[in-house]
Each structure stands twice: as structure tokens, then as C-alpha cells.
Write a protein that binds this ligand. Structure first.
Ligand SMILES: NC(=O)c1ccc[n+]([C@@H]2O[C@H](COP(=O)([O-])OP(=O)(O)OC[C@H]3O[C@@H](n4cnc5c(N)ncnc54)[C@H](OP(=O)(O)O)[C@@H]3O)[C@@H](O)[C@H]2O)c1
Length: 267
């Protein structure tokens, strides 16, 4: 799609860098980056990631911001200006889910998913694009869930369908401007995600068949960065997820709903 983006001496903004995939993006970029701006709400967790990277030459800056709020999103761009950082790589990774039925969800968690997974990703990209140096790169973290309508994870899966569609369109629009856009669609990956997605009652999602798809965060990030460097618009990391992603994308929707209904035990 794009020409591919070289990570050497990149100046990257990574959202959701306080844990999981975001922290792993920081670890893998650190040996090659010039500047890394780590964005998330938890200051202490960001500082821990920063400390971990202190052995590298990269300048690491922590930007504490709540991306679910418009004020928090504006803080990111103000932070970059205040610190004289002109980014050429944006990694839109922050995200969250909510396990359970839509009807029983709280308005607060539902709104937060939309704000972080969709609005923050879109508006941060919109705000940073004009100041991004060319050649540039954008990695949007979507999910294998973007290919499925998922009962008990409905808003999350729909939000990721948005991320994949938006990213693939942007990849086409921005390629002539020297910006490579890659969308990564991980399957189940061991991070804090499940902990955050669980509700107070502790209900988990249906994990049937997930074991075959699970790969470590390091592999997800490695494959995402390879896709960016090669100019690939969309990647499903891991063999199992790559096959599942292809099958789900080709499956007739009626058949898919039938399978999902049976899996949810509603038939
Ligand atoms: N793990 C999986 O199975 C899986 C599968 C497919 C896709 N993904 C996607 O991968 C991405 C990273 O998630 P993860 O698995 O690494 O989970 P994680 O360990 O829970 O990390 C989520 C990150 O997002 C940040 N975040 C959440 N809400 C935020 C807010 N309001 N403002 C700023 N930052 C916020 C968190 O930081 P703070 O709490 O410090 O704010 C944290 O750094 C997400 O987009 C997720 O949807 C995960």
C-alpha cells in the first residue's frame, strides 16, 4: 500500500504505553527510535516503562493523559509542542473492552470504549497529521474481533470494525503523501486487557478455541512493525489468527451469525 516506513531515528507517539502491547511497542522501538512519547493515564506505570528503557539512547517522555476526554486528547498535542517533538510515527494502541451483554452494560464503560477505541484514535490522528513529518507512519491497533459481530463484546467488536475500515481507507488516502498506515488485528494476547474488560461481577468472555490463537505480545508487535516497514495495510499476527481472519472475512454473514448464536448457547 504505502512504500513502507523506516523505524531508524523515528520520533514516535505511542498511546496506551503503560502496559501490554503499548509497552511492548516502546520496548521494540527503543533501540532504533530517537524520541518516544508514551501516553496513558497511569503516571507510575508509564515511569516504570520509561525506567526499563533507560539503557537505550532514545529520549523517552511520558505524557499523562486521559484519552477518553477531549481535554486529555488536546493535552497530547500541547505536550508535543511544549517539548519540541515533531513526530513521524503515531501508534494508536490505547483501547479497552467490556465483557457482557450490551443491555446490562453501564453507560460509563460503553461511552469510554467508544471514546478511547474510536474517537481518540480518529481525532488524535486528525490533530497530529498536519504536524507529522514525511515520510511518516501510523499503526492502528484493531483486533481479530473487528471481523466478527461478537455477542457479549458487541460495542468492542464494532469499535474495532471501525478501526480496521478507517485504517484501510486512510492507507489509500495517505500513501501519496508519504505516510504509511498499517492496521494490526491481534487475536487473544496475554495483557491487562481481560482484567480491564471484566465487570465487577467477574464474568469473563467465552474463550472456546482461543488457546490455538494466543501468541505473546512480543510477536504481535514484531509482526505489526514488519507490516509497517513493508507498507502492508493490514496484518493478523500469528498463523492461527491469520487463517481465522481470512476465514471470518470470507464467511457469509448469515452463516457467521448462526455459528455465533450456537457458540453463545442461544439456540
Ligand atoms: N490483549 C488482547 O487480547 C487484544 C486483542 C486484540 C486487540 N487488542 C487491542 O490492543 C490494544 C492494547 O491493549 P492491551 O491488550 O495491551 O491491553 P492493556 O494491557 O489493558 O493496555 C491498554 C492500554 O490502553 C491504555 N488506556 C486505556 N484507556 C485509556 C484512556 N482513557 N486514556 C489513555 N490510555 C488509556 C491503558 O493505560 P492506562 O490504564 O494507564 O490509561 C493501557 O496502557 C487495545 O487497543 C486492544 O483493544 C488487544
Amino acid at each position: 500500500m504505502g512504500n513502507g516506513f523506516s523505524l531508524d531515528q523515528c520520533r514516535a507517539v505511542i498511546t496506551g504505553a503503560s502496559s501490554g502491547l503499548g509497552a511492548e511497542f516502546a520496548r521494540q522501538l527503543a533501540p532504533r527510535a530517537k524520541v518516544l512519547v508514551l501516553v496513558a493515564r497511569r503516571a507510575e506505570a508509564l515511569e516504570t516503562v520509561k525506567k526499563e528503557l533507560s539503557g537505550t539512547r532514545t529520549q523517552v517522555l511520558c505524557c499523562v493523559s486521559d484519552l477518553a476526554m477531549e481535554a486529555g486528547r488536546s493535552e497530547v498535542s500541547a505536550f508535543l509542542t511544549a517539548n519540541g517533538v515533531k513526530p513521524n510515527l503515531l501508534i494508536n494502541n490505547a483501547g479497552m473492552g467490556d465483557y457482557g451483554s450490551f443491555a446490562s452494560s453501564t453507560a460509563e464503560k460503553t461511552r469510554a470504549q467508544i471514546e478511547v477505541n474510536i474517537t481518540a484514535l480518529t481525532m488524535l490522528t486528525h490533530e497530529l497529521l498536519p504536524q507529522m513529518e514525511r515520510p511518516g507512519g501510523i499503526v492502528n491497533v484493531s483486533s481479530l474481533a473487528s471481523t466478527l459481530p461478537m455477542p457479549e463484546l458487541a460495542v468492542y467488536a464494532a469499535s474495532k470494525a471501525y478501526v480496521t475500515s478507517f485504517s484501510e481507507a486512510l492507507a489509500i488516502e495517505l500513501a501519496p503523501q508519504g505516510i504509511t498506515v498499517s492496521c494490526v488485528c491481534p487475536g487473544p494476547t496475554p495483557t491487562n486487557f481481560s482484567q480491564t474488560a471484566k465487570r465487577g461481577s467477574g464474568g469473563d468472555t467465552n474463550r472456546d478455541g482461543q488457546g490455538l490463537l494466543r501468541i505473546p505480545p512480543s510477536q504481535v508487535v514484531r509482526e505489526a512493525l514488519i507490516a509497517l516497514q513493508r507498507g502492508r495495510a493490514c496484518v493478523f499476527p500469528g498463523m492461527g489468527v491469520a487463517i481465522a481472519g481470512r476465514v471470518f472475512r470470507l464467511m457469509p454473514r448469515g452463516l457467521m451469525r448462526w455459528v455465533l448464536k450456537r457458540r453463545a448457547g442461544k439456540e
